[in-house]
Design a protein around this ligand. Sequence first.
Ligand code: AGP
Length: 611
Amino acid sequence: MCGIVGYVGNKKAVDILLEGLTSLEYRGYDSSGIAVNIDGKVELFKAAGKLQNLKNIVEKNYTEISKSTIGIGHIRWATHGAPTIENAHPHSCNCGKVAVVHNGIIENFKELKEKLEKRGCTFRSQTDTETIAHLVATKFGETHDLTEAVRLATREIEGAYALCVIHQDLPHTIVATRRNAPLVVGLGDGENYVASDVPALIQYTKKAMYLEDNQIVTLTPDSIQLIDIDNKPLEQKIETLPWEPVALSKMGYKHFMLKEIHEQPDVVRNVLSGKLRAIDENVILKEVTLDRETLKNLNRIQIVACGTSLHAAMVGKYIIEDFCGISVDVEPSSEYIYRKTITDKNTLVIGVSQSGETADTITAVRQAKSKGSHILIVTNRPDSTMAREADSLIPVNAGIEVSVAATKSYMAQLISFYLLAIYMAEVKGINNLKDLKHELIILPQKIEKVLAHKEEIQKCARKFSGSKDFIFIARGINFPTALEGALKLKEISYINATGYTAGELKHGPIAMLDESMPVLSILMKGKVYDKILSNSEEAKARNARMIALTDSDDEKLNELFESIIRIPEISEILSPALAVVPLQLLAYYIAEFLGKDVDQPRNLAKSVTVE
Ligand code: AGP
């Protein structure tokens, strides 16, 4: 959701800005723009729609634009004002000397705008961001110092922001700051970078400095100065970035989503590595600081998450309750934050997030922290805002996920929950989970088998790609799998898909069934197999088009189901980690067959940084 890139050095800034924005495209956006300094004048170039539209504009003016060795760029996901050229970033002030790009939301922008208009500022857009450009310009008029102007401006701004600012009179300076929105500085040799996320930097430098809230950084080609909001100089903490550029390549796959689905066997191996070494050894989770005493005193666990991460959390609830006998509540973060929650120091609160930047989950976690709860974060980004709130951290190690639709990060979250549940059980002295540990170790081979036999899934995708609606049913531990299968399908194919517990079908949804409705039953062998079979019979009796996803080789299923996707046999308790793979592939092939923009579905963003 929105992306920022800034560069100051001796190279053609425009190339670095466009390259950086391209690597952030996966986050979801609907317009883009850059600001550069050409012959001592700040010039803006903006376009609505895809980044390619901006690239076309740049191409026509390349000789001029490429003179600049400084620039800031942005991709915007509209919040205030439609995705038009006027509302695209960068924004400028009356005199056109200041250019600003911004991620986040300025909550008091109406009050600020009114004040600035009274002082003669003329607004050209409907955005909250334009207020910052005018405010910084006003402060610069008073101080003639860009860092000071930005610092004073941030004292008046309320809300969340990552900001980059340039000024016409300072052709070698970028000032950047943040509050509740990520920003990272990349350090080069005679050049420096700033971006809202690592992929924009990684091909240029691995030396980086993460900005913390209310820190202000001033970049020139040869220097970096860091201060706090009270103008106190701060020590710079330089880190080495973990991401490899190869992670950003499709490696021959048509889409990132397909590549990421295929990475899942290795993701499982990675997550298990060093944590589950042998079935007769205890699980090692060094980052989790919950000892027997803390666990004994826990009266409840609450898990907060959104979207796909929420579905992983639902599986987590099932296994923690099953293995450890502790009561677990799972709630969408956006609901948790607007009610009175019964949370105290004896509650363990787990935040789950691929990006670690989801605004609702950050707020939920902070709310729980203020009540004294131990905060455990499960995230793919140990460098994220959420990770910094953690008392205990489980980094899920899925590697960077580019496709907006989460696949391998879901797998990594699931496996992390299995490890956490086993770990907690073992801390409590429960040691009967050897079979599950064995199954976890051989899970990658089973996923590989599913990936090697995709024909039935592709056939099924072709057959059902014309459907307007889709129902997924399951019971027990695979109910979240049904929800996740439906979410994947609607996200990338725009088919109206819903997941139900199979037992609920006859309490309402059955009314929708007729010969045009596909019903996919997740029919894994175990406690609820026969129950789901009966529910599938009920659906078939209403003429629904039946599809089975099963690890059973029962021939009788052929009569009931029009299509059968068979997967290797697996214990019911671990089955969500295998059953989800064919559903990811089904969604992928349907979307691909329909010619949809698989990696960047409309209206969606990779990390949702606004509440
Ligand atoms: C998943 O396919 C979605 N794009 C979305 O539901 C996502 O899982 C949700 O926005 C939560 O994101 P997070 O895991 O980064 O917090």
